[in-house]
Design a protein. Structure first.
Length: 225
């Protein structure tokens, strides 16, 4: 015990705060991830079907959505957080805490998620889509039975990659009072030079990322034909 007290004194002193910080991180990951998956999938499908060689081409819809996705993917997340403070305040009446972090997390993640889904859908062989059209399937049937079912492993890989990236964004919003492990690392590890807390936070984040990757790999293996 004396050895632990010597090397990680601050971790022992603030041990009761780690469960709450970990839980806050997981809550943000779940809700921001869930909303981003839903919105990202919708955006990806619309972009795919409205492109010039899609099943429902629409030049203007494709151009607008494509440019919006590219725009928000290009903005560094650390800049996006304060830039969207007004929107967080308008929607949730706050810019701090888990609630205040939802808007920048979702806005920053949806475009990345949409591109991952789009790439997965575009990997489906053209022959499969053409065969579906020749069979008389409607656009809705092609979307639900071809686009959303023929490359499930690719979509899972995209979700896995995006959720891992989202962990990094959640750590960043800790700098603006959102809570979570990032907040602990910044407030104690950086602000008070408690490096042992920083190392434990890094370890906890690595564990969360490893679990996400493990689940993703298992699901990919399960759905790979």
């Amino acid at each position: 015990m004396e050895t632990l007290t010597k090397w990680i004194p601050n971790v022992i002193e603030y041990a009761d705060q780690f469960p709450k910080a970990t839980w806050d991180t997981l809550v943000m990951l779940f809700w921001a991830g869930l909303v981003s998956i839903i919105l990202g999938l919708i955006l990806a499908v619309v972009v795919v079907i409205t492109r010039k060689d899609g099943i429902a081409p629409n030049k203007w819809v494709f151009w607008i959505l494509d440019k919006i996705i590219n725009l928000f993917r290009a903005i560094p997340f650390i800049i996006l957080v304060p830039a969207l403070a007004f929107l967080s305040r308008f929607v949730f009446h706050t810019t701090i805490g888990i609630t205040g972090a939802m808007v920048p997390l979702i806005v920053g993640t949806v475009p990345f998620m949409a591109r991952q889904f789009e790439s997965a859908i575009m990997e489906i062989p053209e022959g499969v889509v053409e065969a579906s059209i020749s069979m008389g399937m409607t656009n809705w049937q092609i979307i639900t039975q071809v686009y959303l079912r023929e490359n499930i492993p690719g979509m899972i890989r995209g979700v896995t990659i995006t959720l891992i990236a989202l962990i990094g964004q959640i750590a960043i919003v800790g700098a603006v009072g959102a809570g979570g492990l990032g907040d602990m690392a910044i407030r104690y590890g950086n602000g008070r030079r408690m490096t042992d807390i920083t190392y434990v936070v890094i370890l906890l984040i690595l564990i969360i990322i490893s679990i996400i990757q493990l689940i993703g790999d298992r699901l990919v293996a399960k759905f790979t034909r």
